[in-house]
Design a protein around this ligand. Structure first.
Ligand SMILES: NC(=O)c1ccc[n+]([C@@H]2O[C@H](COP(=O)([O-])OP(=O)(O)OC[C@H]3O[C@@H](n4cnc5c(N)ncnc54)[C@H](OP(=O)(O)O)[C@@H]3O)[C@@H](O)[C@H]2O)c1
Length: 210
């Protein structure tokens, strides 16, 4: 698939390298794409502006600080018919009022907010609850050894695509449900940043459901 990475740091850089290794076409971007050239060259990927990555990808990975999302949405506009993977988390100390308002607003989840910024895209929440070093070191495993990556979303087809992208790099998708279910793997929630093998993660989810 063609994957545009917006925010090519700890999470975006790691995922882009893995997806390129798995045979996908990757374009890394940030506000300073020229700085990404060595990483991209090593990975066999491209670099471009944020707008270029947004245009390039059938799938867009969003991995920037949450507080930057409104300005990004202004900058790139709509992402119609694309799959948007939201890997972001709202941290008020880092992200300011945007994050605090989303946390305080019980009528909206964090990814619900992200989805509202990009109407027309199919938003899937994934990779927000795995530590980047685990993402880096524990990729390309098989079977029960795979670490779980939680995901949720409202569009079954988009979710299936993201599940495949999780499997392609040797992690195990753990489907939590629709987009509103994502609160269970947001900061401070029970499934956040647990970095468990898939069997352990499924057991924990069952315990939480009873
Ligand atoms: N670190 C983790 O283990 C982890 C795990 C799961 C989820 N997350 C979440 O993933 C997101 C990214 O975290 P990270 O640790 O990968 O951060 P990071 O290493 O600081 O990388 C952030 C990237 O975003 C780019 N960026 C910042 N503002 C931007 C803007 N306005 N437009 C385009 N690109 C912009 C930065 O590059 P430039 O400054 O060059 O633009 C950088 O490449 C956060 O929301 C975080 O909560 C992190």
């Amino acid at each position: 698939m063609k994957i545009g990475i917006i925010g090519s740091g700890n999470i975006g850089g790691t995922l882009g390298r893995h997806w390129a290794k798995a045979g996908h076409e990757v374009m890394f971007s940030s506000r300073n794409p020229e700085e990404l050239k060595p990483m991209a060259a090593e990975a066999g990927a491209q670099t471009g502006s944020v707008e270029a990555a947004a245009a390039f990808g059938e799938v867009i990975l969003l991995a920037i600080p949450f507080g930057k999302i409104p300005e990004l949405a202004q900058q790139i506009g709509r992402l119609d018919d694309k799959i948007l993977i939201d890997a972001t988390n709202p941290y008020p100390q880092r992200d300011g009022d945007v994050a605090q308002q989303v946390i305080d607003d019980e009528s909206q989840t964090a990814t619900g907010y992200v989805a509202s910024q990009f109407p027309g895209a199919q938003t899937v929440k994934a990779f927000n609850s795995i530590y980047f070093k685990v993402l880096e070191d524990k990729a390309f495993r098989a079977g029960d050894e795979r670490i779980a990556v939680q995901l949720c979303g409202d569009d079954p087809q988009a979710k299936q695509t993201v599940k495949q992208l999780i499997e392609d790099i040797g992690f195990a998708p753990q489907d939590i449900g629709d987009l509103n279910s994502g609160t269970i793997f947001e900061p401070n929630a029970p499934l956040y940043n647990k970095n468990l093998k898939i069997g352990e993660a499924e057991t924990l989810l069952q315990q939480l459901s009873v």
